[in-house]
Design a binder for this molecule. Structure first.
Ligand code: UDP
Length: 494
């Protein structure tokens, strides 16, 4: 007999569909008729496995022995089918004892196989006998006996005397399994199977669950509802024990199974995370430019104070000023400001935020500097000079200084706040460089963008002037390589 089985908690779960199984049983009986084997091997022992029987078998050595050495162990309950499937076993369908028995009756009737019905109440088994004879006219019922006879040997003798070929055992578990396992081979039957309460159902004493309940795996619930006192304790302990055995195994199996599949999305997720966490390379623009040193105020203050502490030469001062200006004004605006470009206006608007951020940092560092404010004043003066020079609306820069950094404004413009630029003129045409700003309310006489330095404090002006060439362009002229080294202490007027 070709047997397809799967290991299932130490048992060999039969994978055959009901029809195939019935065909194989019939073939077995046919072959045994032609060539009988030794009596102990002639009996094909069939058992059913359901959810409550599995935990029982785990704790009952004899029952486990009977089930594990069966010729066929069919998945009787939907719980077994579902658990087996979740454990990756190719269980196609539920194969119940009662359905196998009913299917075999048709075949046995044609084959002339002699059957013996053992179990259930006397009236039930007698009623079943009569019903089967009516239903399957050719069926040979060699004998029947109720299941309330405790002497198994006596039952074995009765069965043997009937010369039955196939034995159906409707006893409660685990007695029916033990009977099939140990007694059936002594009866001369070549096929024996345990069918439990099937006699009650087939005889019409107990109504079987509707098909929809069976398909939904709720047949156990039906039996509980029909026989609550008998079934409730059995299923309560049985299903709990079944869950304790199967659920951890299913979780382990499914985790092993899915961890491979999870690798792909996990790796993809990590890659995406790596990609989006990297700074994106965007076109340089005032709207998108990344100014790391001005993003965080504390970081910027620390950076500037570090630069001031390490400042030894005029080159250091020049570099610091240039870096700050570069953070505030993007390269494209610093190099070729297109005053007729509408987007440039937006870009300069966006620069305001960077100017304010820088001013906040200047204000903080200026307050921290106490009496040693010369260097920071030089830096601020240099940056402002550059901003005034580059910005299409220097008056706007001035207003930002006054509004954002009062100490910087006092230091740079004097406490009188003499304005460097005529706001009425500058704000009307911010990009019209043809209009030269003039000093509005200041006392230092007329000033334009190239003359603002005269309004800066002396020290700042001196340092800034050191770094400006004769054409008022920012930075140290390359030809001035031999200029005198910058000496902050000596140059400070304070
Ligand atoms: N039964 C029996 N002898 C007993 C107790 C019960 O023959 O001493 C019968 C009972 O009438 C029923 C069958 O054995 O027909 C047991 O059915 P059960 O539902 O308990 O078995 P299952 O189908 O759950 O394995």
């Amino acid at each position: 007999m070709a047997v397809g089985v799967s290991a299932f908690f130490g048992l060999q779960l039969d994978l055959r569909a009901q029809e195939t199984l019935c065909d194989d049983i019939c073939n077995w009986l046919d072959r045994q008729t032609v060539s009988p084997m030794s009596p102990a091997q002639r009996c094909f022992r069939h058992h059913c496995l359901n959810a409550s029987k599995l935990p029982h078998a785990q704790s009952d050595r004899a029952l486990f022995q009977a089930l594990s050495t069966a010729d066929c162990l069919s998945p009787d309950g939907m719980g077994i089918v579902w658990a087996a499937r979740l454990l990756g076993l190719p269980v196609s369908a539920r194969v119940t004892g009662i359905d196998v028995m009913a299917a075999l009756m048709r075949r046995f009737a044609k084959m002339g196989t002699r059957i013996f019905l053992l179990g259930a109440a006397a009236d039930v088994v007698a009623g079943l006998r009569d019903k089967l004879r009516r239903q399957y006219p050719g069926l040979v019922i060699a004998g029947h006996h109720h299941g309330y006879e405790p002497d198994d040997e006596k039952l074995a003798a009765i069965i043997r005397n009937s010369e039955a070929d196939a034995l159906f055992v409707a006893l409660p578990s685990p007695r029916k399994e033990m009977f099939v396992h140990t007694i059936a081979p002594k009866t001369g039957c070549r096929f024996a199977m345990g069918v439990g309460g099937a006699f009650d159902v087939l005889a019409g004493k107990v109504q079987r669950a509707p098909v929809i309940w069976q398909r939904c795996g709720l047949e156990f619930l039906w039996r509980i509802l029909c026989q609550p006192r008998a079934m409730m304790p059995r299923y309560a302990s049985g299903l709990w024990g079944f869950a304790k055995i199967t659920v951890p195994a299913i979780i382990r199996y499914q985790m092993r199974r899915w961890q491979h599949l999870l690798t792909v999305p996990l790796v993809s997720f990590l890659l995406i995370g790596l990609i989006i966490s990297r700074p994106l390379s965007m076109p340089v623009s005032a709207r998108t430019i990344d100014r790391p040193a001005l993003v965080d105020e504390d970081m910027s203050v620390g950076w500037l104070r570090g630069r001031l502490a390490d400042m030894k030469t005029a080159d250091d001062l020049d570099m610091t000023i240039s870096e700050i200006v570069a953070w505030i004004i993007p390269e494209e605006l610093r190099s070729t400001p297109d005053e007729n470009d509408a987007t440039a206006s937006d870009d300069w608007d966006a620069v305001d935020g960077a100017i304010k951020a820088a001013l906040v940092v200047f204000e903080t560092v200026l307050k921290m500097s106490g009496g040693q404010s010369f260097l920071i004043e030089a830096v601020i003066g240099g940056v402002l000079a550059r901003l005034f020079d580059l910005h299409p609306d220097p008056a706007r820069v001035e207003r930002l200084v006054i509004a954002t950094a009062p100490n910087v404004a006092d230091t740079m413009f004097g406490r009188e706040r003499n304005l460097l630029f005529d706001h009425s003129l500058m704000s009307a045409t911010p990009f019209d460089r043809g209009v030269q700003p003039t000093l509005g309310s200041g006392q230092n006489g007329p000033a334009d963008k190239d003359q603002f330095g005269t309004a800066l404090p002396f020290a700042t002006k001196q340092i800034v002037d050191d770094f400006r060439d004769e054409n008022a362009s920012w930075g140290r002229a390359e030809s001035e390589e031999t200029a005198a080294p910058f000496e902050p202490e000596d140059a400070s007027p304070r």
